[in-house]
Design a protein around this ligand. Structure first.
Ligand SMILES: [Zn+2]
Length: 461
């Protein structure tokens, strides 16, 4: 079993049946949680344990980032004034034609580090690219394994709108290769990605739904992100994108869909009835001006909702604590009601409910015996959590990456003393720089990026 580790804090938020423990601790060994309870009790039960933490701060399950695109890891800071469809046409589409497996690996490590340092231990990624034949999405699995972040990885293709339309066979070949790569990984699982219902040809969407059913593969997609999507779907099929997804049989396997903003009662009933889960991405929704997710209606209907950062180019960070805080703020201001959502609800969404949305709820999302040891210790000796009157409210509203002191994934410490373990962050940043410049240059993003080519000395925009 190996040596037992005990992690203690003034407040342990188990997000499980044990609730909140004051003066609590979590014991684990061999990557598995053995117990969560009072520190004195655990110290007596595991006398030789390595103890981390003190009588301050907060311990909680590692945050589950329910939706991102590590394909955007090298592309933050462009096009803040664009709407979703403009941004895809002008930035994400062109870049996606030049992504390589090495860019995916390094980008996943770089943004994986940002996630770990903001308290996330699990990420649901959809790698979107159109550089078919490169098998670029497999690089994400390489990168997540190297940095030690748990994940679920999908390849999120679209074929409509691509100048050299990729064949359905080439796209399905990448899904198969990615599934095989994930099957060889202890930390990273697979989903079949559907970029968007609207962005896929009838042939690709039908094949994706059929292959997912045949393999029993869960699906990761986007649904009802912007109003234009619903309008175009109704124009094209006389149905909304949610109805279209149901029609083609996509909901016959477990589905996690990003956004679900432009949904009415009919679509919410359809999602709930089919057991579809949603990832809410408030920061990206606000940057792109996409809209406000009807959180209470979705969760009230029984739809599990996790919290996501969304991609590094539509957020534009991977700061998971920020996504959690903004998830609360957006609901309150949109409904002009401070009771619109509670800190406890948001933190549940970012942990246990996010794990359920990803079908990982037997594994992670709460601190209870038998679960994998994915946990975060927030220090209590910095301004953020110096005086904790209410740990749940203060994790949501006060904590920042500066408070993330220690992070374990599957029982392995990946952050210690606020620093990555086993990786030189500066060297990782350095390794990413030529790749970011190469990608921006090849994709012709000179109008948006100072890195895209030699400067002509003039302001670009
Ligand atoms: Zn997305």
């Amino acid at each position: 079993m190996g040596r037992v580790s005990v992690v203690r804090a003034r407040h342990v938020l188990t997000m499980g049946p044990a609730g909140e423990l004051e003066g609590g601790a979590v014991a684990f060994a061999g990557g598995e949680i053995l117990a969560a309870g009072p520190f004195e009790e655990l110290a007596g039960r595991f006398p030789g344990a390595e103890v981390t933490g003190d009588d301050h701060g907060v311990v909680l399950p590692g945050l589950v980032n329910a939706h991102t695109h590590l394909s955007e890891a090298l592309l933050p800071g462009m096009g803040e004034d664009l709407t979703l469809f403009e941004w895809i046409d002008r930035i994400i589409g062109p870049a996606g034609r030049h992504l390589t497996r090495e860019m995916a690996r390094v980008g996943a490590m770089l943004k994986g580090a940002e996630l770990l340092l903001s308290g996330a231990t699990c990420v649901n990624d959809m790698f979107c690219h159109a550089n078919l034949g490169s098998l670029a999405s497999l690089g994400v699995v390489d990168g997540l394994e190297e940095i030690g972040l748990r994940g679920v990885v999908a390849f999120g293709p679209e074929d409509l709108g691509e100048p050299d339309r990729p064949t359905v066979a080439a796209i399905m070949a990448e899904h198969e290769a990615l599934a095989a790569r994930c099957a060889a990984s202890d930390l990273v699982g697979f989903r079949l990605g559907v970029g968007t219902v609207l962005g896929q040809s009838d042939a690709l969407l039908a094949t994706s739904a059929r292959v997912a059913r045949e393999h029993g593969w869960a699906v990761h997609t986007h649904l009802a992100e912007v109003r234009e999507e619903v309008v175009e779907a109704r124009r094209r099929w006389g149905r909304t994108s949610v109805e279209r997804a149901a029609d083609v049989g996509l909901f016959e396997v477990p589905v996690l869909a990003g956004h679900a903003i432009w949904v009415g009662q009919g679509e919410i009933g359809l999602l709930a009835g089919a057991g579809v889960a949603v990832a809410h991405n408030p920061v990206a929704n606000m940057i792109l001006g996409s809209g406000v997710c009807p959180l209470a209606a979705l969760r009230g209907a029984g739809v599990p909702v996790g919290v996501g950062t969304d991609g590094a180019a539509s957020n534009d960070s991977q700061n998971m604590l920020e996504a959690v805080k903004v998830a609360a703020l957006l609901q309150k201001v949109a409904r002009l009601d401070p009771r619109a959502v509670t800190a406890g609800e948001v933190l549940t969404m970012a942990t246990a409910e996010g794990a359920r949305a990803l079908c990982l709820d037997g594994l992670v999302g709460s601190l209870e015996p038998g679960r994998r040891a994915d946990l975060v210790r927030l220090r209590g000796d910095r301004p953020g959590l110096a005086n904790v009157h209410d740990p749940t409210q203060q994790v949501v509203y006060c904590a920042s990456p500066a408070d993330v002191e220690d992070v374990w994934v599957d029982g392995v410490r990946r952050v210690a003393g606020g620093e990555l373990v086993g990786h030189d962050l500066a060297a990782l940043v350095e390794a990413s720089r030529p790749l970011a410049a190469e990608l921006a240059g090849r994709a012709g993003l000179g109008a948006f990026s100072r890195l895209a080519g030699p400067s002509d000395g003039r302001r670009r925009r």
